[in-house]
Design a protein around this ligand. Structure first.
Ligand SMILES: [Zn+2]
Ligand SMILES: [Zn+2]
Length: 390
């Protein structure tokens, strides 16, 4: 492994920053302290900072030389609304808040790269250090893009990174194509005609209609989606009625839809609405479907992945870059940035001999500080490679 020496020199500083952020976790759009620390550090290194993008988000801009080339590097800053159960010295000092996904580490790795690049300035072009709020459900990445992120801070390519407790320290997962799923919510509201349970012919029973809708929708993935594609439809809630002798007037179903490709997502939405409304109509009832799109899938473009793998190999050595990992069914709002610009979302292994093996979102999770210099070196090497002096 060839971690950049200068970065290895300040690995202890990075560990201290990371643990301080870990001890003071802030959830989506509340990252005031974290965002202020990031801004202060960037400015202290001579990097121009633009604050208040998507609320607590910010961008640090470092331009060296005359080249118009520009690159975007993104880290997320938010914690999760959960209690920490691990017994570590830097454990969360705030009840119900925890850096359970390692965004403290992502923020620190990007800060480490910023410090190095501001000192060494061994490139020609512009680096935009993108620190986003609210990845865990709030869509901070989407809001930054909607607020003109790439118009205000032009980037030819954008890169993101996430720690991975299933990959060993010293490896990274980099591959083109879909790496995270789209996650959508559905609600189906059924209206029939309520009445006496002994005289069903005078009513339209939303329980029976709902049951037909559940069964009909379960044929969707099996019969209407190409078996080579992936889709999940889980109806997880079915509510109706309040008494044994009353046919209720209404009922509702709730569920989740996961897909890996936009055209499959479009097809699922179209068919769910069609099947639910026509099944209800066939029984004389009415169904209204609310289909709420969450994060779109993260789709990595090929060219930036080739470049990212080259940079990662310079740091980690040959044979340390894993590709062909199965996509994650969890969502990631880096997707919005990767839609706006050619993007690559990489995974960095954090499973060490002892540390970094607990999976993200587990109450005993902790980011493995061992990989801070690796991640920062990857970022810095990527910039020096993409914005190489001619
Ligand atoms: Zn997470
Ligand atoms: Zn995360």
């Amino acid at each position: 492994m060839a971690v950049l020496n200068r970065i290895a020199d300040f690995a202890e500083d990075m560990t201290a920053w990371r643990r301080d952020i870990h001890a003071h976790p802030e959830i989506g759009f509340e990252e005031h302290r974290t965002s202020a620390i990031v801004a202060e550090k960037l400015e202290s290194w001579g990097i121009a900072v633009t604050r208040n993008i998507a609320g607590t988000g910010l961008v640090g801009t470092l331009k060296v030389g005359d080249s118009s080339r520009a690159i975007g590097l993104r880290a997320d800053m938010d914690a999760l609304p959960m209690d920490e159960a691990g017994d570590i010295p830097h454990r969360s000092q705030i009840a119900g808040r925890m850096h359970g996904c390692g965004h403290d580490g992502h923020t620190t790795m990007l800060l480490g790269a910023a410090r190095y690049l501001a000192e060494t300035r061994n490139f020609d072009g512009t680096v935009n250090f993108i620190f986003q709020p609210a990845e865990e459900g709030g869509g901070g990445g989407r809001i930054m893009v909607e607020e003109g992120l790439f118009e205000r801070f032009p980037c030819d390519q954008v890169f993101g990174i996430h720690n991975d407790s299933a990959l060993p320290v010293g490896t990274m997962g980099i591959q083109p194509g879909t790496v995270n799923a789209a996650s959508d919510r559905i609600s189906i509201h059924i209206t029939g005609i309520g009445g006496h349970a002994a005289r069903p012919h005078n009513s339209i029973d939303p329980v029976v209609v709902g049951a037909h809708i559940v069964i009909a929708l379960q044929t969707l993935v099996a019969r209407r989606i190409d078996p080579i594609e992936s889709a999940v439809l889980s109806l997880t809630q079915f509510h109706a009625g309040s008494a044994g002798n009353v046919i209720p007037e209404t009922g509702w179903l709730n569920g989740t839809v996961r897909t890996l490709k936009p055209h499959v997502q479009d097809r699922m939405e179209e068919l769910i609405i069609k099947i639910a409304t026509t099944t209800a109509a066939a029984h004389g009832a009415e169904a209204v479907v609310e289909y709420e799109r969450g994060y779109p899938p993260v789709v990595n473009a090929e060219p930036p992945c080739v470049r990212a793998a080259m940079a990662a190999e310079k740091v980690l050595g040959a044979g340390k870059i894993v590709s062909g990992l199965p996509p994650r069914m969890g969502g990631e709002d880096f997707s919005y940035m990767a839609i706006a610009r050619p993007g690559c979302f990489a995974r960095i292994g954090q499973a060490g001999a002892e540390k970094g093996r607990v999976p993200a979102h587990n109450p005993k999770y902790d980011f493995n500080d061992e990989i801070l210099p690796i991640g920062a070196s990857y970022w810095a090497t990527l910039v020096e490679q993409e914005l190489a002096r001619s």
